[in-house]
Design a binder for this molecule. Structure first.
Ligand code: HEC
Length: 103
């Protein structure tokens, strides 16, 4: 019984971790507008290359990684370092889910 309940608990933890990791595309869309991303990357994140890259077509992992790196300063670009500075982890998850949903 003890082993079984441990297995059940571990499974429940995995499920809740996945639920937490998945962002909300609707909230991400709202954040994309509220934080001004839309001003440069455009409605629907189509961008205006070459100045403002197209984000539509990118997957959640790419968006998450790059926003995290802009926020930490690992990836350097004065504009995006400033834009990412105010994003919470939740904002990043939601933005990644929104942009992923445009593919
Ligand atoms: C003032 C204009 C501006 C705003 C506002 C802006 N960006 Fe950017 N963004 C840029 C530029 C310029 C780059 C290219 C940076 C580079 O060359 O490294 C970029 C790059 C990116 C990239 C990497 C794309 C790639 O192909 O590597 C992501 C992701 C991104 N922006 C997301 C966002 C999000 C999310 C927001 C809102 C929080 C935002 N941006 C707001 C100008 C902007």
């Amino acid at each position: 019984m003890k082993i079984l309940s441990t297995v059940v608990m571990a499974a429940a933890l995995i499920v809740s971790a996945q639920a937490m990791a998945a962002g909300d595309p609707a909230k991400g869309k709202a954040t994309f507008a509220a934080k001004g991303c839309i001003g440069c990357h455009g409605a629907g994140a189509v961008g205006t290359p070459p100045t403002y890259p197209r984000l539509k077509g990118r997957d959640a992992a790419f968006i998450k990684e790059n926003l995290t790196n802009f926020r930490s300063g690992k990836r350097k670009n004065p504009t995006m370092n400033a834009m990412a500075a105010s994003l919470t982890d939740e904002d990043i998850e939601n933005l990644a889910a929104y942009i992923d949903s445009l593919r």
